[in-house]
Design a protein around this ligand. Structure first.
Ligand SMILES: Nc1ncnc2c1ncn2[C@@H]1O[C@H](COP(=O)(O)OP(=O)(O)O)[C@@H](O)[C@H]1O
Ligand SMILES: [Mg+2]
Length: 382
């Protein structure tokens, strides 16, 4: 790679925007393939191409100007990525690893093959098989589309056989349905690791994450009350999965903690992840910087925390349309607060920013972050 590596990012969402922010002090040149001229990252990345990431020629032309290609999202068709690789483009994570973040059926098959604990599951061809699965293991069950889902889209909780047709309605060609045991979890956790092509890896402290309607709303790191041996197990599991699958860059392993304390894997993400946003302000090296270091095969930075506790709360589109107008109150109230606004139109429930608070007292840290996010969403006056 030349002295100023050119990293191509496919997808112009907030993850690309925050990666760009991390690239600036490293002198890394970012090229962006954005869905439109005004999307979150396109607003800030000077070297932006607007184009369709599902069009092979567009992606190939974009990649030709990059030393390495990485991602803001997991939706680039696998065939396009394999073609890029065959033509000599360096893609990180590579298509073979990424497939397990793109396809939940493949992920389940592979992880259970590795002996990693997962919810009981079955890939079901039709509504009858799904109903039979529910009858066998007991309702409710979870059904998921193998590909294309995000933020809870493509995930259904089914309460009985009469719901079994729902996931198959309008199902696109080539997409499979995974039926899963409904895990009545105590909470959800996230084990975030970063791995470089040379095999170096770092593990961030495990986070607790809270999802509402399938959307991450909040994380706290380290996960409060998580026993050290369980936390270590989660980190080791994530490091092992990263190594077995040959992941380069961030791997987020979403976990569910059963009421018995046992951990099962929910899903994998191979890009900076919402549960790692706390690292920008709460860790020595952010997930975005470490992702870039990994894709450029640079030594990774320390994943250690800066404070005892860090809470990140997402700002979801609410009644306040001008987020920046909410800053006056937030900053007057809390001069340690960190705010990240993504530049996206504020539509209901959409992730439009996040706030981070850190400190020595867990309850205070959580209260500060929740207050600020609530204010920015227009939920609180004070
Ligand atoms: N087997 C399951 N049992 C209980 N809840 C689940 C299960 N699978 C998923 N969920 C819930 O649904 C959320 C979204 O599911 P996930 O597979 O992570 O989809 P997405 O790709 O939209 O993030 C999870 O974070 C969790 O809260
Ligand atoms: Mg998920």
């Amino acid at each position: 790679m030349n002295s100023a590596p050119r990293v191509g990012i496919i997808g112009g969402g907030q993850l690309a925007r925050m990666m760009y922010e991390a690239a600036i002090p490293l002198g890394i040149h970012v090229r962006l393939l954005a869905e439109g001229p005004d999307v979150s990252a396109a607003q800030v990345v000077a070297d932006t191409t607007v184009g369709d990431y599902t069009d092979p020629r567009t992606v190939a032309a974009f990649a030709a100007g990059c030393d390495v290609v990485t991602f803001d999202h997991e939706h680039v068709p696998p065939g396009i990525l394999r073609e890029l690789e065959d033509s000599g483009v360096i893609v990180r994570p590579g298509s073979a690893a990424l497939a397990h973040a793109q396809d939940k059926a493949l992920m389940r098959e592979r992880l259970s093959g590795l002996g990693v604990d997962c919810p009981e599951f079955e890939i079901v061809p039709d509504a009858a098989a799904l109903a039979a699965f529910g009858e066998r293991i007991g309702w409710p069950v979870i059904a998921k589309t193998s590909r294309g889902g995000y933020d809870g889209k493509g995930v259904w909780r089914l309460d009985g056989p009469r719901d079994a047709a729902t996931p198959f309605t309008g199902l696109r060609e080539g997409i499979r349905i995974v039926a899963e045991e409904y895990v009545d979890f105590a909470r959800e956790l996230s084990a975030l690791v970063v791995r470089s092509p040379s095999g170096q890896a770092v593990a961030y402290p495990v986070s607790e994450s809270v999802q509402r309607d399938g959307v991450c709303v909040e994380t706290t790191t380290p996960a409060p009350g998580l026993a050290e041996d369980v936390a270590l197990h989660a980190q080791e599991l994530a490091l092992r999965v990263a190594a077995e699958l040959g992941v380069v860059g961030v791997l987020a392993v979403e976990l569910m903690e059963r009421r018995s304390g046992e951990l099962v894997v929910n899903e994998l993400a191979m890009r900076p992840h919402n549960t790692g946003h706390w690292t920008i302000d709460g860790a020595r090296t952010s997930q975005f910087e470490n992702h870039l270091r990994a894709v450029c095969d640079l030594p990774l930075g320390s994943p250690r925390t800066r404070d005892a506790w860090t809470t990140m709360v997402n700002v979801l589109g609410g009644s306040r349309s001008d987020l920046v107008a909410g800053l006056m109150h937030c900053f007057a109230h809390d001069n340690q607060l960190r705010v990240h606004v993504y530049g996206k139109p504020v539509t209901p429930g959409r992730k439009v920013g996040h706030v981070t608070a850190s400190g020595a007292a867990l309850e205070t840290v959580q209260a500060r972050a929740r207050h600020a996010a609530g204010h920015l969403m227009g939920e609180t006056d004070g």
